[in-house]
Ligand binder design. Structure first.
Ligand code: NAD
Length: 482
């Protein structure tokens, strides 16, 4: 057996085992075999990390730095990521099965987030207020919150951590990150670059381990002033309840059941490609996965034909190979979950037109075929619940009003795609759909300048864009009697 790589956690600028000295295994989804082991944190480790972060926030080199200096450090981290794309991509692909070519693309772009937020550091400003009282000079400042707890899922550890890390740091906060127990490695590799960039000890800390006890201890810790959570609904409910202990501020980036609406005037080739990229990218394990496609009845056959034609050619296999187009699911549990949903789909009257099982040639690893169901309505579990796998539900509609009604018949509100050439209609529908992100004739485009977030069961708060600065600062008003 090959030797497993061993990862410690990172507290107060030091690599440290857990207080109990235990480690847990992390698996490669392409083979189903363990490839590294990670320190299994407990509440004492969380306490050490939060206290280190609090000391760094209050009384260190960090607290004395100017905003410009902090911004430069954050930008430097971006430079180091740009120099280490290949290594980071390989670690993340090995840990969660995402395609290496997708990871390279994501990591080549990731530094832009550090540069954007690095550049915002010295533009975090308050205002002078034209107050209605004589002799009063009144102004506001935007101040950091203190210790931020960042809790992330397994599907995109580096990207989702970046959305929290970069704005939290430029605003002057310190941070304790708890990565998913399924994928800790790429983040711990990123932390080596944090060290190299020269952040003072305690500014960035990582406690690895499970939701219970690490996530629980972090979200109930009295010194944590903000919890930035990305993950599933069930864990989010614990986090919200726990935040009530100390009234920590919260942002929640949760799941979705995002629609792609294709109108009769859309380009069917572009729409089909957008739908495929939206649902089968990352094997459907994306919060913005376009898992429902609503097709106008006049374009229905054309789009379905193109979807099936293209999906048959998707090359499934080893995510480390350059020409692979779809990799495995991240865990065995995720594979079982997808299989269960496919069974619900069949039982509840869905018409399975492609896929629906593990590919025969890939016995090892947690692979699943790209899968397409046709439905006549939006009533079955697979058209309403987040699957987080490569399963697309296609439903026809007759007019704009019905498309909007179907798209909004969900408790989620994260993303939506609209495919149309009539610009007025595209704008009307963009306004009417309940989603924090709307893409017109494109899907899954991202930029550090554009905010990300949802409503309803998709959570609240915004990451990315200038909006993120508001989530990591608080306003202080100063009254001066002149
Ligand atoms: P999850 O909820 O199981 O885990 C997310 C994180 O929460 C992990 O680090 C986990 O250890 C931690 N956690 C679990 N229980 C906890 C508790 N009681 N207290 C504190 N922390 C706890 O989610 P997952 O399975 O890792 O990820 C999939 C989910 O994430 C999907 O629902 C997906 O839609 C969502 N997601 C959302 C976005 C977004 O930006 N909106 C992005 C990616 C993923």
């Amino acid at each position: 057996m090959t030797q497993l790589i061993k990862y410690d956690m990172y507290i107060n600028g030091e690599w440290t085992p857990s207080s109990e000295g235990k480690y847990f295994k992390s698996y490669n989804p392409a083979t189903g075999e363990a490839w590294c082991e990670v320190a299994e944190g407990i509440a004492e480790d969380v306490d050490r990390a939060v206290n280190a972060a609090q000391r760094a926030f209050e009384n260190s080199e960090w607290s004395k730095m100017t905003y410009t200096q902090r911004g430069r450090l954050v930008s430097k981290l971006g430079d180091l990521i740009a120099e280490n794309v290949e290594e980071l991509a390989t670690f993340e692909t090995t840990d969660n099965g995402k395609l290496i070519r997708e990871m390279r693309g994501q990591l080549r772009y990731l530094p832009e987030f550090y540069y954007y937020f690095g550049g915002l550091a010295d533009k975090i400003q308050g205002r002078t207020l034209p107050i209605d009282k004589q002799d009063m000079f009144v102004f506001t400042n935007r101040e950091p919150l203190g210790v931020v707890a960042a809790i992330t899922p397994w599907n995109s550890p580096l990207y989702l951590t970046t959305l929290k890390l970069a704005p939290a740091l430029v605003a002057g906060n310190t941070i304790v990150i708890k990565p998913s127990e399924v994928t800790s490695a790429s983040l711990l590799e990123l932390v080596r670059l944090v060290e190299e960039a020269g952040f003072p000890p305690g500014v960035v800390n990582v406690v690895t381990g499970f939701g219970q006890p690490v996530g629980e201890a972090l979200t109930t810790h009295p010194l944590v002033r903000k919890i930035a959570f990305t993950g599933g609904e069930e864990s989010a409910r614990h986090v919200v309840r726990n935040s009530a202990e100390n009234f920590a501020q919260l942002s929640l980036e949760l799941g979705g059941k995002s629609p792609n609406i294709v109108f009769e005037d859309a380009d069917p080739d572009n729409a089909a490609m957008g739908i495929i990229a939206g649902i089968f990218g990352a094997s459907g394990q994306s919060c913005v996965a376009g898992s429902r496609a609503f097709l106008h009845k006049d374009i229905y056959d054309k789009v379905i034909h193109r979807l099936v034609e293209r999906v048959q050619k998707i090359k499934i296999g080893d995510p480390l190979q350059d020409d692979t187009e779809m990799g495995p699911l991240a865990t065995e549990a995720q594979l079982k979950r997808v299989e269960n949903y496919v069974n619900f789909g069949k039982r509840e009257g869905g018409n399975l037109i492609y896929g629906g099982k593990k590919p025969e040639q890939l016995e090892k690893g947690w692979y699943f075929q790209p899968t397409i169901f046709e439905h006549t309505d939006n009533q079955s579990r697979i058209t309403r619940e987040e699957i987080f796998g490569p399963v697309l539900s296609v439903i026809p509609f007759k007019d704009e009003a019905e498309a909007i009604q179907l798209a909004n018949s969900t408790d989620y509100g994260l993303a939506a795609g609209i495919w149309a050439t009539n610009i007025g209609k595209a704008h009307r529908v963009a306004k009417a759909v309940r989603a924090g992100i709307v893409w017109v004739n494109t899907y899954r485009s991202i930029s550090p300048i554009a905010p990300i977030g949802g409503s309803g069961l998709s959570g609240y708060g915004r990451e990315g864009g200038y909006e993120a600065i508001y989530d990591y600062t608080q306003s202080k008003v100063v009254w001066v009697n002149t």
